[in-house]
Design a protein around this ligand. Structure first.
Ligand SMILES: [Fe+2]
Ligand SMILES: [Fe+2]
Length: 185
């Protein structure tokens, strides 16, 4: 868990944008569609761009450890929550958000990236809410994504719960920003 927390703090630091991982993430990151996600809150005070970058970095690290396709994993992670609404508001068609948003994200991912959304990326996006949605991912890259998503969501909720926890995470992020190292872990 400590390692996950270190990766998570790294993903919240400025060093993230210098990490080799970001070369895969950048083309999606720089689109206006992706940038528009910054206006939506994911968990407490963490916006959706911040959430997605954390999931993309962590799932990439899991892919490295497992020896699976890191580029596919990171690409799927960058697209996994690509839906243009605030899931906390009360519109009927957002409900049940947990079940439906992977499908919305897939449609938007195809509009944004076309054929780059191959079968593995598609399946990982569509199945990332497993086991809430009952069909599991088909490929290892999808498992890396669904695990990273849940770890990041848990850490987002935990470290925004009290001012003390917020401060603790911020100190970790500050230390990484101030360190000379290019990459952690
Ligand atoms: Fe999601
Ligand atoms: Fe997510």
């Amino acid at each position: 868990m400590n390692r996950f927390l270190t990766y998570y703090a790294f993903s919240r630091s400025e060093k993230l944008f210098e990490d080799p991982f970001f070369e895969t993430a950048r083309p999606i990151y720089e689109t206006p569609e992706f940038q528009s996600l910054g206006q939506y809150i994911q968990h407490h005070d963490v916006n959706r761009i911040t959430h997605i970058l954390s999931v993309a970095y962590l799932s990439g690290k899991i892919a490295e450890h497992w020896g699976i396709d890191k580029e596919t994993t990171v690409k799927a992670a960058m697209l996994h929550d690509l839906f243009y609404y605030d899931w906390h508001d009360g519109e009927w068609w957002h409900r049940p958000h947990g079940l439906r948003h992977p499908g919305f994200a897939l449609v938007n991912a195809k509009l944004l990236c076309g054929r780059e959304v191959d079968e593995r990326v598609e399946n990982a996006i569509l199945r990332h809410m497993w086991p809430l949605t009952v069909i599991p991912p088909k490929y290892a890259e999808g498992y890396a994504l669904t695990i990273a998503d849940k770890i990041c969501a848990s850490l987002e909720l935990y470290y925004t719960k009290t001012p003390q926890r917020r401060e603790k995470l911020q100190q970790m992020i500050d230390r990484i920003n101030e360190s000379g190292e290019a990459e952690h872990g």
